[in-house]
Ligand binder design. Structure first.
Ligand SMILES: [Zn+2]
Length: 420
């Protein structure tokens, strides 16, 4: 199976190019909003749903009514329409809210499906005569299928390059035999990960929430307080004008938010790559269990937003590199079970505040999170043993999860606590 993947790079347009990009982004926003309004009205009055192909035919007429649209790249306008189509489909199938109008102050983007070129240090796009400076901080060899240029609220520009990943990625050769990782997403630390090929050689590592992330988060809280003290309107009908200091401070805050989001992504990418590199079988716990935990600590707040990013990356990278990833469900008591081999006592009275506990049966002193992570690791080892030795033909394609269903049914039967 082929998968699509996106590479994201910062681009550095000059003044003229910024004007050009902003115009193009504006045309796309205009078309999106125009059809959103039109469809909303049609739907309210006549109960007519959005039709992509009919709407596409209206674009040439729209260009006559709004001549500035003639400057726009037609394919990008169509892509904008396609996005609206997806937004409506998601709404009608109950996956998303009713689409919102696009606003200039939010992140805006323009898709370019054809006639672009990405080279070592520049980017060419249709209708722009000069080339935009780009910094490719990593190499990619796949063919680019389409690109998307994004402008963030603080005025930075990025390009997302969509490529097709093929089955025969060289990484598939590096199948890490019998190595297992169990990751417990901690309350105190970001995660505790136990890795190894057997009970004897396992290692548990505590991964702290990175200090720079905590520092940035503290800065955000401080800056938000400072912003609130500057002159600005406090209610909807308040006529107070925002002061220059308010705007300046607001821009700083937006930049800081972007910065922290990049830091978080970077941290998460490094950790997920390392985990996937180290292990063939990865076992996680259900995030919903942690979600129920109410905790006002800053580290918890950071964890909350980063956990889902981390598990999401683990999942797609596992698929990509042919790893097997599992989630234990909420009935599996990874924290309460004694991880000492042969014991397995369940400590029913374990409270959230108990960081350490001693098993009354075998006497082992446990660190709560390490114990949980070892239990997940042990489940992973069991899965590894249930699996028959795989033939190369079975694991060679990255689409293993779509074809190897017999292996999965086997696991499902053997492990009632484990979901995929
Ligand atoms: Zn025990």
């Amino acid at each position: 199976m082929n998968k699509n993947y996106t590479y994201k790079f910062r681009i550095y347009p000059n003044k003229d190019q910024i004007a050009f990009l902003d115009e193009q982004i504006g045309y796309n926003r205009f078309v999106y909003n125009f059809f959103l309004e039109r469809t909303t009205n049609l739907f309210k009055i006549h109960n007519i749903k959005f039709n992509y192909y009919e709407s596409k035919k209206i674009i040439p007429l729209l260009k006559k009514g709004f001549p500035f649209l003639k400057q726009a790249n037609s394919q990008s306008l169509q892509a904008s329409l396609k996005n609206l189509d997806t937004a409506f489909k998601n709404f009608f199938q109950g996956r998303a809210k009713f689409p919102n109008f696009k606003k200039k102050i939010n992140t805006n983007s323009i898709e370019i499906p054809q006639h672009f070129a990405v080279k070592d240090n520049f980017l060419c796009i249709p209708k722009l005569k000069s080339v935009i400076k780009i910094k490719l901080h990593r190499r990619f060899y796949e063919l680019a299928k389409s690109i998307k240029i994004t402008k963030t609220p603080s005025g930075k520009y990025y390009v997302n390059i969509l490529v097709k990943k093929y089955d025969y990625t060289p990484y598939m050769q590096d199948r890490v035999k019998n190595t297992v990782s169990g990751a417990d997403l901690g309350i105190k630390d970001f995660a505790v990960i136990t890795t190894g090929a057997s009970i004897a050689d396992k290692k548990s590592i505590k991964i702290d929430n990175p200090k720079y992330l905590i520092k940035s988060q503290e800065k955000i809280i401080k800056l938000s307080r400072r912003l609130d003290k500057k002159q600005h309107k406090k209610t909807k009908n308040d006529k107070t004008k925002a002061s220059n200091n308010y705007k300046k401070c607001g821009k700083k805050l937006t930049e800081l938010h972007e910065h922290i989001s990049n830091q978080r992504k970077d941290f998460s990418h490094k950790l997920s790559s390392r985990t996937v590199n180290d292990s063939q079988v990865i076992v996680l716990e259900d995030l919903n269990i942690k979600g129920m935990v109410k905790n006002r600590h800053l580290s918890k707040f950071i964890s909350d937003v980063s956990w889902s990013m981390f598990t999401g990356q683990l999942k797609y990278k596992s698929d990509w590199y042919g790893r097997d990833i599992f989630t234990v469900n909420r009935f599996y008591q990874s924290s309460k079970k004694c991880s000492t081999p042969g014991c397995g006592y369940i400590h029913k009275d374990l409270k959230l505040s108990d960081r350490e506990w001693t098993c009354p049966v075998c006497g082992t002193k446990h660190d709560r999170d390490i114990n949980a992570s070892i239990n997940l690791f042990l489940e992973g080892l069991k899965i590894g043993q249930v699996l028959p030795e795989l033939t190369p033909a079975e694991y060679a394609p990255a689409g293993i999860h779509n074809t190897g269903y017999s292996r999965h049914t086997m696991r499902q039967e053997a492990y009632q606590f484990i979901d995929r």
